[in-house]
Design a protein. Structure first.
Length: 266
């Protein structure tokens, strides 16, 4: 792993959010990479419930100020940054008043997905990629955590296909247990299609369930990690069907197996 650059993208990371399985992994994995001589940067949304003063977030003016077009609407992008105490890990926060000011993550008080999560996903996807471009930091591996990051492999293969910074990047997707039921968005395919992504590249989004989001990520990734113990059998079958290199849940807890997956399996 020496000098390998790994970009970690997640909707949850400790110590900024509670210790869910995903949030803990999104911290422990970059820590292990650093311990093995690699370089990491983490990107996550800047939700309204994150205490900026306590975690010493500050805006990066040279990275902020861009407008992203989301479903034909100009949307301002703000970038904030912080460092995880006692670790050599820098965390970049994708921020926008409309999408991330609310003091919750991806679900309302009734545990239902927010109706604009589709646009939030597109904004987060474009925001991270555009910021990495400004940083001119070419990652060897891009490791995605959770369904909120499932558009990244698709966009890197289509909308950003001609971007040389990611030409050699390998994409790994960590899949976690579902936290919503039913159709995620009625108009998701249409909103993604606005970015001139061809329909044959995003067939699963026609019926945007948890399984569909998992499928779109698996299809366009180089490797998959089964990061929860009790994943739906349908998702495990998708990994096998797509014949992607993968780590099962038990192996994913072994640090050496993880590093070996990065360096030799994808």
């Amino acid at each position: 792993m020496k000098d390998k650059r790994v970009l970690i993208i997640s909707s949850e990371v400790v110590p900024y959010l509670p210790q869910t399985e995903q949030a803990v992994n999104s911290f422990q994995i970059p820590k292990a990479i650093n311990d093995h001589g690699g370089q990491t940067r983490i990107f996550m949304p800047r939700y309204g419930l994150i205490n900026e003063r306590r975690h010493q977030l500050h805006e990066v003016i040279r990275l902020s100020g861009m407008n992203l077009v989301i479903n034909d609407m100009d949307t301002p992008l703000i970038i904030k940054v912080a460092s995880i105490p006692k670790e050599r890990i820098q965390v970049y926060f994708i921020d926008n008043e409309e999408f991330f000011k609310r003091k919750a993550l991806l679900h309302d008080k009734n545990k239902k997905c927010y109706s604009d999560n589709d646009e939030r996903m597109i904004f987060f996807t474009k925001g991270v990629i555009e910021t990495v471009k400004k940083l001119n930091w070419s990652p060897d591996v891009i490791h995605l955590h959770g369904w909120f990051t499932s558009l990244f492999p698709l966009y890197l293969k289509t909308f950003y296909a001609d971007e040389p910074l990611f030409a050699e990047s390998k994409i790994v997707t960590s899949i976690y247990a579902p936290d919503f039921e039913g159709v995620f968005s009625e108009n998701f395919e249409e909103k993604v299609a606005f970015d001139n992504i061809k329909s044959n590249m995003m067939i699963p989004l026609q019926n945007a369930t948890y399984e569909a989001l998992s499928e779109i990520a698996i299809q366009h990734s180089h490797g998959v990690i089964l990061s929860s113990e009790n994943l739906p059998e349908s998702v495990i079958e998708l990994v096998k069907k797509n014949k992607k290199p993968h780590l099962d849940f038990a192996a994913s807890k072994n640090e050496e197996a993880f590093i070996n997956f990065y360096t030799k399996k994808i």
